[in-house]
Every structure is written in C-alpha cells, then in structure tokens.
Design a protein around this ligand. Structure first.
Ligand code: NAD
Length: 297
C-alpha cells in the first residue's frame, strides 16, 4: 500500500534517486524533457509519462529535481503549471537547489491550493544519490517533513529540518558556497604541488591525513587519476556541473546582498567559476576548476 510517486527531472541526481525509490518498491511515474533520461527509468521499471501533467495524475507525492529556480517555477506555476492539477491531499517535495524566495513562492501557491510542500535540497553528490546516502536539508512544517520522511529515507541517510519554507535552500546554499571554496582551494593546492614536482596522489594522501583534509580532497579529488571513481578520472563528466555550482554561488551572493553579509571567499570563487564557465567549461564537472589553475604542459 505504498504511496504513488511522480518524479520529474531525471538528470545526474534525479535518475539515481528515482531508481532508489523503485528499489524500495514505490510505484513511480517519471518525466524528463530528455527522452534518453526517460528511457533509463522506463527500462528499470518506472512508468514513463509524456509530459509533467500526465506524470502527476493521481500521485500522492510529487518530487522534482530540476536545475534552477526558473525551471521549478515554470513547472509548478508557469507554462506547465502542474500545481493546478496535482491531486488534493498530495505532498510536494522539491529537491532542486533554488533561491529560498522561489521555494517560498511555490510553497505559498501550493498552500493556497491546499497542498503541502517542503523544500528538500540534497547534498552528497551523484555517488551519494546512487548509494542512497544523500543528506536532505528540509524547509517546511514538521508535519510535512514527517510525511516526507519515509520517501526521503529511501533515497538518503541523513535528514535535517533547517526551519520554515526556504530554510532548507538557505542551508544548502551556505554548504555549497563552502564546497566551492574547498574545491577551488584543493585544486589550487594540488596544482601548486604538481607544478613543484610532487605526485598528486602522494600529496593527496599527505593532505588527507593533515590539517588540509576536506570532502573535495578525500571524496571528490579534482586531480585526474587520483581517485578512480571521481569525475576527474572520467574527463570531468557526470557529476555536478560548473554552471550548477555557478548558480549556487550566485544564490550565495544574492543571500549576502539581502542580509549585508560579507562573503569575500565566496565571491572570489564565484568569479573563478564564472571565468571557467565562459571559457567553455560550463557543462563539465565542477572539480574541473583544476584546469583553470593548473600549469599547462
Ligand atoms: P542535471 O542537469 O543533470 O539534470 C536536470 C534534469 O532536469 C535534466 O535531465 C533536464 O532534462 C531536466 N529538466 C529540466 N527542465 C525540465 C522540465 N521542465 N521538465 C522535466 N525535466 C526537466 O542536474 P543535476 O546534477 O541532476 O542537479 C539537479 C539539481 O540538484 C540542481 O538544482 C543541482 O544544483 C542540485 N544538486 C546537484 C548535485 C550533483 O552532484 N549533481 C548535488 C546536489 C544538488
């Protein structure tokens, strides 16, 4: 007697998350603009819908995992406007990383229709999504979080209640600003070591057991060949895109402007990612920031 789930957005994160819901036995209907993404899930046993409206028909829970605010607003409120068609009593869980104001706006529109919604952005990367060990950072009411919990448990390991609507997004934005700083700093240190004759693997081992240790270094090493499963070792493909990181750093800047907070390192890294994106790396994994800092052969 499982809840019927609609899952919209089957990219690098959405696809493995939806696969874990299937594994947990949930009946799930999926939609993505990309036919190949849709096919992967259909092959695994999900029902493929031909549009978002069809995907949400009769769903008890609607999950979205889209790139940015404009996609989420367009899906629920704009052109596609599925909010008007979601079944009464359904719960909406948006896992995309978007502006807190955007999350609040959609949650308010949902509430006006009598629908519950939580923002539940995630951390843990594509590896965490595949392993079902994501961290969910939830904004919304305690009751709605409790309704979402069984479904989130099927995709993740840690569930945090950050606060009211939008608070999940604010916490996620702070985390990703720090991640961007750590990734750029890690890449900078590795590039410096290699330029001075060190082996990147040896230097990584040393720093992992020293005071420079961090997630980017230990679990997502930006130097090709150091970590077999990291995007760096497969041509910076299939991870967390440079343009998505740039979006998150832009959200950090907006949050800083709104609160008159100072984020000098966050701003520096946003500019680094902006330069990297403009040079053509927007679609690569964000650890490719190493290529901007590396001494060319
Ligand atoms: P992605 O670009 O790989 O996937 C996005 C998917 O959404 C694509 O398949 C695209 O076709 C689909 N899409 C876009 N608009 C759509 C619409 N209107 N209807 C249906 N499908 C639509 O992105 P991703 O890496 O999966 O990231 C998704 C979100 O999760 C982003 O907000 C990102 O910042 C966040 N995030 C990503 C990671 C990561 O490691 N990749 C980690 C944590 C959070």
């Amino acid at each position: 007697n499982q809840s019927k789930i609609a899952f919209i957005g089957l990219g690098n994160m959405g696809a493995p998350m939806a696969l874990n819901l299937l594994k947990a036995g949930y009946p799930i209907t999926v939609f993505d603009l990309s036919p190949s993404a849709l096919k992967t899930l259909a092959d695994a046993g999900a029902l493929a819908a031909s549009n978002a409206r069809q995907a949400i028909e009769g769903a008890d829970i609607v999950i979205s995992m889209l790139p940015a605010s404009r996609h989420v607003e367009s899906l629920y409120l704009g052109d596609e406007g599925i909010l008007a068609h979601i079944a009464n009593g359904a719960l909406i869980i948006d896992c995309s990383t978007i502006a807190p104001q955007s999350a609040k706006k959609v949650a308010q529109a949902a509430a006006a229709r009598g629908l519950a919604m939580v923002d539940a952005p995630v951390s843990g990367g594509t590896a965490g999504a595949a392993a079902g060990t994501l961290t969910f950072i939830v904004g919304g009411t305690t009751d709605d979080l409790e309704r979402a919990r069984p479904v989130l448990n099927a995709m993740g390991k840690n569930i945090f209640h950050a606060g009211e609507h939008g608070a999940g997004q604010t916490a996620k934005i702070c985390n990703n600003m720090l991640l961007g700083i750590l990734m750029a700093g890690t890449a900078e240190a590795l590039a410096l070591g290699v330029a001075n004759g060190l082996d990147p693997k040896v230097l990584s081992d040393i720093m992992s057991k020293s005071s420079g240790r961090n997630w980017a270094l230990e679990l997502y090493n930006p130097y090709p060949g150091v970590m077999e499963n990291a995007p760096a070792s497969r041509g910076y493909t299939g991870g967390f895109g440079v343009d998505l990181m740039l979006k998150d750093l832009g959200l950090a800047t907006e949050a800083a402007l709104a609160s008159q907070a100072s984020i000098p390192l966050g701003e520096a890294v946003r500019n680094l990612y902006g330069i990297h994106s403009k040079a053509g790396a927007g679609g690569k994994d964000f650890s490719s920031i190493l290529e901007l800092l590396q001494k060319k052969e």
